[in-house]
Every structure is written in structure tokens, then in C-alpha cells.
Design a protein around this ligand. Structure first.
Ligand code: GAR
Length: 208
């Protein structure tokens, strides 16, 4: 059974989708064993507690220096002894030291079709506002392994979502979550836990 640590910063709807998938038996090879939050107020912590999952808080506001926060996150991750780490709405870029320590063992969900609308500064509603401002007709979500390049690691799964006339960033965010993120994140985690993902170079191959 693979031990899964989930990093969160806010509402935690993607964490909720993972918990629901786990409880439906859709991630037979893994179990969420720890949730680490960068904020004591994150609703994701309540979701975890309701399902008996142990939590840790590494409060970003308690650290003056970014490096100290990163080190504390790394310590919390290490002590959870994970086989897999999920960034599920975790709003901070992790240092190279951390991404190098867990190569192809960290997965991120991003609310756009990478390589569009990604990289430094693209997170949360900003991503959807950028897609609307550009005028694209399709957006979506991407689940990928985390590398030292922000949003640049090997892509595991993507799903497209249509943009509709009159969309706001909030409306679009909800549609992308419902039609893409909450589906492809649990699916990618299940594939990882079943040892069905093979990374060669910057490409992911899904084994039969
Ligand atoms: C999700 O849309 C996730 O893809 C995005 O933040 C939201 C978190 O929602 N992540 C990023 O933008 C990271 N670059 P949640 O807390 O309800 O899962």
C-alpha cells in the first residue's frame, strides 16, 4: 500500500475528490496517510479530520524567510514517510532541494492545459482570468509530475473543458474542477499507485 501525503493551502476540493475516490475503492494501491496545510484556516484540514486523516500545519505566516518555510515543509513531508506526494491546491513553489529529493514521486494538479497559462504567477483564479483575457475557447486541467521547472514536469493526464460566453473566472474555475480536475487527479493517483506510470525523458507512458 503506497502512503500518500497531500499538500494543501485552501478549500481542498481536490483533496475531497481524492478522499471520495479512495472511499469508493478507486485507489486500491494507496492510502492518504497525511495532509499538510500551509494555513491553519484551510478548509481542507476540516475535510481531512472528518475522514480521520492526520494533519500537520506549516503556517507560511509564521516564517519570515521563505527558505525556513521550505525547510519546515520538507521536514513535515519527510516525517510522513510518503511514497507519493500530491500538491492539491498548494500555492507555493517548492525549492529544487525538495523536488530533487522526490523525483517522479510528486504530482501537481494545474487548472489549465499546460503549457498554456502556467508557470510563476499562474495559480488559482489568476489562471482562469488569464484564459478568459486571452480569449481561448478551450481550457482544462493538467496533472503532472513535479520537477524543478514550475509546471514543467512530465504530463500524466490532461482534460479539456469548454469556455462559455459570459464566463467569469469563478464560473470557469468551478467547471474546470468539476469536469476535469476532480476526475483526472484521482485517476492519475490510482495509476501511480498501481505502478502503471513510466517516465522516460519528459514523457509519461501509461502501461496496460
Ligand atoms: C485548484 O483549481 C488547483 O488546480 C489550483 O488551485 C485550486 C485549488 O482548489 N492550483 C493551482 O493553481 C496551482 N498552480 P482546491 O483547494 O479546492 O483543491
Amino acid at each position: 500500500m503506497k502512503r500518500i501525503t497531500v499538500l494543501v493551502s485552501g478549500g481542498g476540493t481536490n483533496l475531497g475528490a481524492l478522499i471520495a475516490a479512495q472511499e469508493r475503492g478507486e485507489i486500491p494501491g494507496g492510502a492518504i496517510t497525511r495532509v499538510i496545510s500551509s494555513s491553519p484556516d484551510a478548509y481542507a484540514l476540516t475535510r481531512a479530520a472528518e475522514h480521520g486523516i492526520p494533519t500537520d500545519v506549516v503556517d507560511r505566516k509564521a516564517f519570515l524567510q521563505r527558505e525556513d518555510f521550505s525547510r519546515a515543509i520538507l521536514n513535515a513531508i519527510d516525517s510522513s514517510q510518503p511514497d507519493l506526494i500530491i500538491l492539491a491546491g498548494f500555492m507555493f513553489i517548492l525549492p529544487k532541494e525538495l523536488t530533487e529529493k522526490y523525483p517522479n514521486r510528486m504530482i501537481n494538479v494545474h487548472p489549465a492545459l499546460i503549457p498554456s497559462f502556467c508557470g510563476n504567477g499562474f495559480y488559482g483564479l489568476r489562471v482562469h482570468q488569464a484564459a478568459l483575457d486571452y480569449g481561448v475557447k478551450l481550457t482544462g486541467a493538467t496533472v503532472h509530475f513535479v520537477s524543478e521547472v514550475t509546471d514543467g514536469g512530465p504530463i500524466i493526464l490532461q482534460k479539456a473543458v469548454e469556455i462559455v460566453e459570459g464566463d467569469t473566472a469563478e464560473i470557469l474555475q468551478k467547471r474546470v474542477m468539476e469536469q476535469a480536475e476532480w476526475i483526472i487527479l484521482p485517476r492519475a493517483v490510482a495509476l501511480f499507485c498501481a505502478d502503471k506510470l513510466e517516465v522516460r525523458g519528459n514523457k509519461v507512458y501509461i502501461k496496460e
